[in-house]
Design a protein around this ligand. Structure first.
Ligand code: NAD
Length: 382
């Protein structure tokens, strides 16, 4: 079986789906690996390192002609997708739900599309394949560095002959994978950190990282009762709950120097947690980083992806874009291990075996044998 590592096509994407160290493991397990010329350059993995690990470095057309399985990070652009042929498999973080039509086109072309974002994440045997988690960890870490870079003061308490600097007060809203990574990073930088989430189990996770849990004090005071939804995720709040939460959070936001937001609800627009009014109450020099910034809106009313605004009140509001792409070597290494684990699950005796009766495959296989087989994606097409 031949695995082809394609160069990413999304603007600003510096990650690569496979790194030389993991290529060595794939080759050792009997797979042939082709790498597109320059595919790893953006992540600082030169062609020569792939060749040394046992891959063959080839031009793009050659790769698409010869590979049985093409691995990528994000969905390749239309010109690149046109190079895929029937019987070939595409593995990546394809985000099928926002683009069911593209999945239908892949099905029509006879391509088997396998998307890591559909992985059943709570299955312990799927954890090594969990690319959403590995990339969210990178994003949470990087969000703190981005915030610290924009913040005009120190994060740690510093006592010097020129006086004492008080530590920055950092608030992290949403304590899932990215939020916990942000909390741990801000704590290691010496900030005083508070974390908040609507899922009750987040409290213990926040405090175990050395942060305190921001208590909104029960439903009457803006706290949310029973915020857990299905599959370990949060549920969507009612309009009333969300309004109470925004009001209670506004008071907390005003007391912090740095606010990092990471809240998501599956299949919904990210909840609006920090209103424009709340940002106005922050001190000049404060920084807000919205990891949930999206074209539909994010956790912060005035954020937009890949945009930084400085308000009239002197608050820097940073809408995060693709933060894992800003740490491409680490993000690619983790992603490559996820992909290798998934291939280990799909490949038997040198052949790719598609079986949607398998719980993991039922989540990740989007198209196969000319059809969109993933129920949630198929439902969007009818
Ligand atoms: P996510 O990206 O969907 O959301 C991020 C966080 O935002 C979540 O913690 C969520 O509770 C929180 N949130 C949503 N609405 C909110 C609101 N109105 N106010 C405050 N916070 C809000 O979640 P995620 O990071 O992908 O993971 C969520 C949970 O699933 C975590 O507990 C994580 O540990 C768990 N998880 C488990 C496994 C596993 O068991 N292997 C794998 C991955 C994730």
């Amino acid at each position: 079986l031949t695995v082809g590592v394609a160069m990413e096509t999304a603007p600003g994407e510096r990650r690569v789906a496979m790194v030389p160290q993991v290529v060595g493991r794939l080759v050792g397990s009997g797979l042939d690996v082709l790498v597109e010329t320059g595919a790893g350059r953006g992540a600082w993995f030169p062609d020569g390192a792939y060749a040394e690990a046992g891959a063959t470095v080839v031009a793009r057309l050659d790769l698409f002609a010869r590979a049985d399985v093409v691995v990528s990070v994000s969905l390749p652009d239309p010109r690149t997708r046109a190079l895929l042929r029937g019987g070939q498999t595409l593995v990546g973080l394809l985000a099928p739900l926002p683009r069911p039509q593209v999945m239908a086109q892949l099905a029509e072309a006879g391509v088997t599309a396998v998307s890591l974002d559909g992985l059943p994440r709570t299955l312990s045997r799927a954890q090594s394949m969990d690319a959403l988690t590995s990339q969210a960890n990178v994003a949470g870490y990087k969000a703190v560095l981005v915030a610290a870079d924009a913040y005009p003061r120190y994060f740690p308490l510093l006592m010097t002959a020129a006086g004492t600097a008080r530590p920055a007060e950092v608030l992290v809203l949403g304590a899932g994978v990215a939020g916990l990574a942000a909390i741990g990073t801000a704590h290691r930088l010496g900030a005083v950190v508070r974390g908040y989430d609507v899922r009750p189990e987040a409290r213990g996770e926040v405090t175990s990282l050395g942060a305190s849990f921001l208590d909104l004090g029960g439903p009457d005071l803006g706290g949310v009762a029973g915020g857990a939804g299905q599959g370990g995720y949060a549920r969507a709040l009612t309009a009333e709950e969300l309004a109470g939460q925004q009001e209670a959070l506004a008071a907390a936001v005003a007391r912090h120097d740095v606010v990092i937001t990471t809240a998501q609800v599956p299949g919904r627009r990210p909840p609006l947690l920090v209103t424009e009014e709340a940002v106005k109450t922050m001190r000049p020099g404060s920084v807000v980083v919205d990891l949930a910034a999206s074209p539909l809106g994010g956790n912060v009313e005035i954020s937009a992806p890949d945009e930084t605004v400085v308000t009239a009140g002197g608050v820097t509001v940073i809408g995060a874009g693709n933060l894992p792409a800003l740490m491409p070597a680490a993000a690619s290494a983790a992603y490559a291990r996820n992909v290798a684990a998934l291939l280990g699950h799909l490949v038997h005796d040198g052949a790719l075996t598609i079986d949607t009766a398998d719980e993991i495959q039922a989540g990740v296989v989007i198209t196969h044998a000319g059809r969109v087989v993933h129920p949630a994606t198929a439902a969007l097409l009818t």
